[in-house]
Design a protein around this ligand. Structure first.
Ligand SMILES: *[C@@H]1O[C@H](CO)[C@@H](O)[C@H](O)[C@H]1NC(C)=O
Ligand SMILES: *[C@@H]1O[C@H](CO)[C@@H](O)[C@H](O)[C@H]1NC(C)=O
Ligand SMILES: *[C@@H]1O[C@H](CO)[C@@H](O)[C@H](O)[C@H]1NC(C)=O
Ligand SMILES: *[C@@H]1O[C@H](CO)[C@@H](O)[C@H](O)[C@H]1NC(C)=O
Ligand SMILES: *[C@@H]1O[C@H](CO)[C@@H](O)[C@H](O)[C@H]1NC(C)=O
Ligand SMILES: *[C@@H]1O[C@H](CO)[C@@H](O)[C@H](O)[C@H]1NC(C)=O
Length: 409
């Protein structure tokens, strides 16, 4: 991932870092790279306390974004997590304002990045172990060989993790100004970036993300990020309250004219399809349930609570009534069953007594007719066991005996 390579420290900058620095189609290396979708408006604003990123405007490339009352949460909650989003639009100079709170945690890096297809780049990076400083950085055409681009800046007032600050870039073809809470803290002039060669000057998208620098395979990156990450301290949250982006041009598409990567080579097209921004071509209207709720007036909230309570109240009443009925019904049924049981018990006794009586009668008869001795023990053969009642239907224990009687021999 490019974020990783750009975050490389001043020390230990390996050749392998460059190998990871790639773009799907680098227009300075390959011809016919696709044009970039332009933002095309000078004030795209999204307030994450009110709205979610719409997928037409943002590409959540890694992980998932959660929305809390104070904004979009980029969380590292476990090893391997590193949520990252990027805009589907590009700006060709303009402004990028992000109101955010950096994540705590040694080795954790919060970041705002502007990145072009030919690897021009502008960064803001916060190291979790340092809550009073932010680093700014820039790259031209993926050139990471110079050691004087990164700079640390103190953030005054509440620290970077404790409260929201306004980090703004004001980018033109002449200079790049970095602002913290309305104050310019750094200015990079075109000519001061290796005579313009290292000056970011091509259409760029905007990326917001958090990543585990302390887990990097590169020792240099781990050191820069402040060291190993202690995952027993998760979660580490970077919270973005709002983003405002303004595109200096009102083109709908940026076309790569040649392979120089110079700003003069970029062609502005206005006849391409404009990006579909949510809402009034600026403010997003995609909302989470929580955001919809938060956005309701007090009166609407009360009305909803009242009706929900009404429904719940009615439900409770129905439930109690049913339980009560069920219990009464149960008691009633139980009594009937008990009565039946007792009745059946006594009938069974009567039946048995009857059987015993008949048995002794048969025995007496058998003795009278002088049945051979061997048959005496087989006396049961004279008496058939109870069979299905003649009237059928009723079970033997439900009064069948009484109703129709068992056939007997
Ligand atoms: C940008 O638009 C938002 C509303 O979408 C508005 O509140 C804000 O004032 C505008 N800012 C500028 C600089 O035009
Ligand atoms: C989102 O970004 C990823 C990573 O760059 C890319 O592979 C994917 O195609 C993008 N998704 C869309 C819908 O553009
Ligand atoms: C934060 O970083 C700055 C700049 O590198 C450094 O001067 C300061 O001592 C660091 N603070 C902590 C707590 O590491
Ligand atoms: C990369 O940047 C360094 C420092 O500014 C410069 O000396 C070198 O020529 C640049 N390389 C290229 C290929 O532009
Ligand atoms: C953030 O800072 C920029 C640059 O100073 C300023 O134009 C903008 O109004 C600020 N935004 C807010 C919300 O204060
Ligand atoms: C935007 O386009 C209109 C014509 O559609 C033009 O008059 C205006 O100057 C353009 N604005 C910028 C900032 O390019």
């Amino acid at each position: 991932m490019h974020l990783l390579t750009t975050a490389l420290p001043l020390l230990a900058l390996a050749g392998s870092a460059l190998a990871q620095t790639f773009s799907d189609c680098d227009p300075t290396k390959v011809g016919n790279c696709p044009p970039n979708q332009a933002l095309g408006v000078d004030n795209y604003t999204i307030d994450f306390t009110q709205n979610m990123m719409s997928k037409d405007v943002w590409n959540v490339t890694t992980g998932a974004i959660d929305y809390k009352d104070d904004g979009a949460t980029f969380r590292i909650g476990a090893k391997g997590e590193q949520p990252l989003v990027k805009t589907r639009f590009y700006i060709f100079f303009g402004q990028v304002e992000v109101i955010m709170k950096a994540a705590p945690g040694q080795g954790i890096v919060s970041s705002i990045v502007l990145q072009s297809d030919d690897l021009d780049e502008v960064d803001w990076e916060w190291i979790g172990g340092n809550s009073t400083y932010v680093q700014t950085n820039y790259f031209g055409k993926g050139n990471t060989t110079s050691f004087d681009r990164a700079a640390w800046h103190e953030v005054t007032g509440p620290d970077t993790q404790e409260d929201f600050h306004n980090y703004t870039l004001d980018w033109s073809k002449e200079k790049l100004d970095f602002y913290i809470d309305g104050k310019v803290i750094r200015t990079l002039k075109y000519e001061d970036a290796n005579g313009g060669k290292n000056y970011p000057q091509t259409p760029s998208d905007v990326r917001l993300g958090i990543w585990p620098g302390g887990d990097s395979a590169s020792e240099g990156t781990r050191d820069w990020a402040g060291g190993e990450i202690d995952y027993s301290k998760v979660p580490f949250d970077m919270v973005v309250k709002s983003v405002r982006v303004s595109d200096a041009s009102n083109a709908t598409e940026y076309v790569w004219g040649d392979r120089t990567g110079d700003w003069q080579s970029i062609q502005l097209k206005t006849d391409a399809k404009a990006i579909k921004l949510d809402g009034e071509n600026s403010q997003s209207t995609t909302q989470s349930v929580q955001q919809k709720w938060n956005g309701l007036s007090q009166t609407a909230k009360i009305a909803i609570i009242a009706s929900v309570c009404g429904v719940l109240g009615l439900g409770a009443a129905v439930f109690i009534f049913c339980c009560f009925k069920q219990r009464r019904l149960g008691k009633h049924e139980r009594l009937i069953e008990d009565a039946k049981f007792e009745k059946n018990q006594s009938e069974l006794m009567a039946y048995r007594a009857d059987m015993a009586r008949q048995r002794s009668e048969k025995l007496a008869q058998a003795q009278t007719y002088a049945v051979p001795a061997g048959h005496v023990g087989n006396i049961g053969a004279y008496i058939q066991p109870p069979r299905t009642p003649v009237n059928g239907g009723a079970s033997p224990l439900m009064g069948g005996y009484q109703q129709g009687g068992y056939q007997r021999y």
